[in-house]
Design a protein around this ligand. Structure first.
Ligand code: FES
Length: 230
């Protein structure tokens, strides 16, 4: 796991803009009075969407808004890898390297990123267009290995497909999120291996014949009952 600490160079101040203040108020209003600290994650997310990363002044401002000790906000910001603690590129590429993704080849995905972008983990391209980071379990292990690019997950990656994906981003395209292989969401990969044949159609019922057989059996039983006992 990468070290999670605040960047050395920090801006002098932070303030939510009018739009984000309105959004922050809506989030805080969802929680009962005295429980506004529950809004810490959404507010950190808003600060990151506004600035591109979570700054120290933003942490202090959020602590003030939510009436929390700044260290409590810092703890949350440094725990969750979704929060960038340093400036990131316009396209921020994060690769999940936790165990299931590693077992399914995340090393190859990381290698492809380093080759294509020419940067290492935690670095940004000189033009600021791409940055590369590590992600703890993205919660999509069934589609491992996984990359998060912006708000989207790209799944079932390997070295070749990661290269193609990054080429598409470099061309300014917005590739479709989700599995990059033939797979529907997290359904089994490849073609179906069960229920592959159509079941035989149901037999047509001959109700007239069934009714006749029933009437015959009924008459037989009645005749038997009426016959004199020996
Ligand atoms: S380990 Fe990568 S998504 Fe869970």
């Amino acid at each position: 796991m990468s070290t999670r600490s605040l960047a050395k160079d920090q801006p002098a101040s932070f303030a939510f803009n009018a739009d984000y203040i309105a959004q922050a108020k809506r989030v805080i209003a969802k929680y009962p009075a005295g429980r506004q600290a529950s809004a810490v994650i959404p507010l950190l997310d808003l600060a990151q969407r506004q600035e591109g990363w979570v700054t120290k002044p933003a942490i202090e401002e959020i602590a003030k808004i939510l009436d929390m000790a700044p260290i409590r906000v810092l703890e949350v910001a440094t725990f969750y890898t979704m929060f960038n603690l340093a400036p990131v590129g316009k396209t921020h590429v994060q690769i999940c390297t936790s165990l299931p993704c590693w077992l399914r080849g995340s090393n190859d995905v990381v290698r492809a990123c380093k080759e294509k972008l020419g940067i290492g983990m935690g670095e940004m391209t000189p033009d600021g267009s791409f940055s590369l980071g590590e992600l703890e379990c993205a919660g999509a292990c069934v589609n491992a290995p996984v990359a998060q690019i912006g708000d989207d997950y790209f799944e079932d990656l390997d070295h070749a497909s990661t290269g193609k994906l990054l080429d598409a981003f470099k061309r300014g395209e917005k590739p479709k999120a989700g599995p990059v292989i033939k797979r529907d969401s997290s359904a089994p990969a490849g073609d179906a291996i069960t229920l592959t044949e159509n079941p035989a159609p149901p037999q047509k019922q001959d109700f007239a014949a069934a009714k006749a057989a029933f009437e015959e059996a009924k008459a037989e039983a009645a005749a038997k009952a009426a016959a004199p006992k020996a």
